[in-house]
Ligand binder design. Structure first.
Ligand SMILES: Cc1cc2nc3c(=O)[nH]c(=O)nc-3n(C[C@H](O)[C@H](O)[C@H](O)COP(=O)(O)OP(=O)(O)OC[C@H]3O[C@@H](n4cnc5c(N)ncnc54)[C@H](O)[C@@H]3O)c2cc1C
Ligand code: SF4
Ligand code: SF4
Ligand code: SF4
Length: 426
């Protein structure tokens, strides 16, 4: 059965819990708010399936194969505005809803908790748009996906790289017999050499992962919402972590009330949740040693941001958002040919598209104050907690003033480009 010696050994995908034939694994939140499997050992029948589906135990090498790469802007401007970057996810998901399929992604529930859920209509896709910088609970979606695939339905599943590898591993468990773990020559041969046969069940599955910086704690997100409700004196019905209120280059956290009114708009410089995200103070432990940071993936598509779009094509540089799309499979290429008429696309050399994308290859560094932060999160009042770690100092206020000045005078994109050059980000 699954036994975690270190918290870094579990990305919280929920695959083991979905797979257990006797349902003796529950995903339970730890003191930091992250989900981990808890096994009822009295009910365990020692079948070993949980280990065979675990993507962390099966994480592979970054082994090259041919890829295709594009920049993409979805032509429907309303959709692009709602999307984090250029709307690549919607373009792919529409292929599925148009064919009567079902699409899974990360959305808010009625309490703004982030979880995976599904929709079947183009309109429904809206709930998935905009990245939520919080770990999403996959719940029992892996089991649902398997049922849909068995019924012959087209399914698209989107998420972080570890969630996608978790799903694929759940659908095709490692061909390792429980007794193969014994150290006998026969067992080792069985373990190492059984070829993984292609499962036709997967033909109807389309997987989309993101380039993933890391995922912060759901508990910290809950504390942030608590603070904002108190400060704003209103309920919060929706949140956008990457709103384009001031354009794509200066994205904001935007909070909306029950009437859909914007009640709060603050940029990545001042908003305390975004500052927590980018400081890596409250990420899942596995994100500091991520087994899924690589270019050659098992998904069909990898999508992510493209701020330096000007370096590829100046005509696409409109500050409304551009996605990078890396296609790993033949299935992905065929789908892309079908969806491209809804988008502006530019084919790019895959080496060029991925060059210098550090979040694709390197785990985030630890924050020396992480332990202290979570100790405080357990006992401090929310506003005091965020003010202690992310105070509104004169430097922060000055940065906001400078950013707003650049935005209002129309030089934000130029100033950001210069800053990226100085910081050698491009
Ligand atoms: C946690 C996280 C970290 C990221 N880090 C980076 C980064 O460092 N660099 C970079 O260039 N891009 C990063 N991205 C990707 C980027 O934010 C966009 O998702 C990407 O540009 C695609 O944009 P879009 O316009 O197609 O997406 P949208 O239409 O906005 O679609 C969002 C997609 O992201 C999925 N999603 C949203 N929130 C979550 C979540 N919490 N967990 C799992 N899936 C989620 C949805 O299911 C949907 O598939 C990250 C995304 C997430 C979710
Ligand atoms: S070994 Fe089998 S029965 Fe035991 S926890 Fe794992 S999946 Fe469940
Ligand atoms: S990574 Fe997924 S499958 Fe592995 S132990 Fe964690 S929740 Fe279970
Ligand atoms: S950084 Fe790695 S472990 Fe963390 S959520 Fe992203 S893919 Fe998963």
């Amino acid at each position: 059965m699954i036994k975690l010696s270190e918290k870094t050994d579990c990305c919280g995908c929920g695959g083991c819990s979905n797979a257990c034939p006797v349902h003796c694994i529950q995903m339970k939140a730890d003191a930091e708010g992250f989900l981990y499997p808890e096994v009822d050992e009295t009910a365990c029948i020692d079948c070993g399936l949980c280990e065979r589906v675990c993507p962390v135990l099966r994480a592979g090498e970054d082994t090259p194969f041919p890829q295709a790469a594009y920049l993409l802007q979805y032509k429907n401007e309303k959709v692009r505005r709602q999307s984090t970057s250029g709307g690549a996810f919607t373009a792919i998901a529409r292929y599925v809803t148009d064919r009567g399929g079902i699409v899974y992604g990360a959305a808010f529930d009625e309490n703004l908790r982030v979880h995976h859920t599904s929709v079947t209509t183009p309109k429904g896709l809206q709930i998935f748009r905009n990245s939520k910088y919080v770990q999403s609970d996959t719940e029992k979606t892996f089991t649902e996906v398997r049922s849909h695939l068995r019924a012959g339905r087209l399914v698209c599943y989107s998420g972080t790289p570890c969630q996608i590898e978790g799903l694929l591993s759940f659908l095709e468990p490692a061909k390792v017999q429980k007794n193969a773990q014994k150290d006998t020559p026969e067992a080792s041969a069985d373990n190492m050499q059984t070829p993984e046969k292609h499962d036709p069940l997967l033909d109807n599955l389309i997987t989309v992962d993101v380039v993933c910086h890391a995922v912060p704690s759901p508990l910290v997100w809950e504390r942030y919402l608590e603070m904002q409700k108190q400060k704003l004196g209103t309920g919060i019905a929706d949140a956008r972590f990457r709103d384009k209120h001031y354009g794509y280059n200066y994205s904001t956290m935007t909070l909306l009330d029950e009437n859909g009114q914007e009640r709060y708009v603050q940029g990545i410089d001042t908003d305390q949740m975004l500052r927590a995200f980018f400081s890596d103070i409250c990420d899942r432990p596995s994100c500091y040693d991520c087994a899924f940071k690589k270019r050659y993936r098992k998904s069909d598509f990898t999508i992510w941001d493209c701020y330096p779009v000007y370096a590829f094509d100046k005509k696409l540089d409109d500050d409304k958002g551009t996605s990078r799309v890396l296609i790993h499979t033949q299935k992905g290429r065929l789908i892309f040919d079908e969806i491209r008429q809804r988008c502006k696309v530019l084919e790019v050399d895959p080496d060029r598209l991925t060059a210098g994308v550090k979040e694709m290859f390197h785990s985030v560094s630890g924050n020396p104050r992480r332990e202290e932060f979570f100790e405080d999160a357990a006992c401090m009042e929310s506003q005091a907690l965020f003010n202690k770690y992310f105070p509104m100092t004169a430097k922060v206020k000055l940065e906001r003033t400078a950013r707003l000045f650049c935005y209002r005078t129309g030089i934000y994109a130029v100033a950001k480009r210069a800053a990226r050059k100085i910081l050698k980000k491009d």
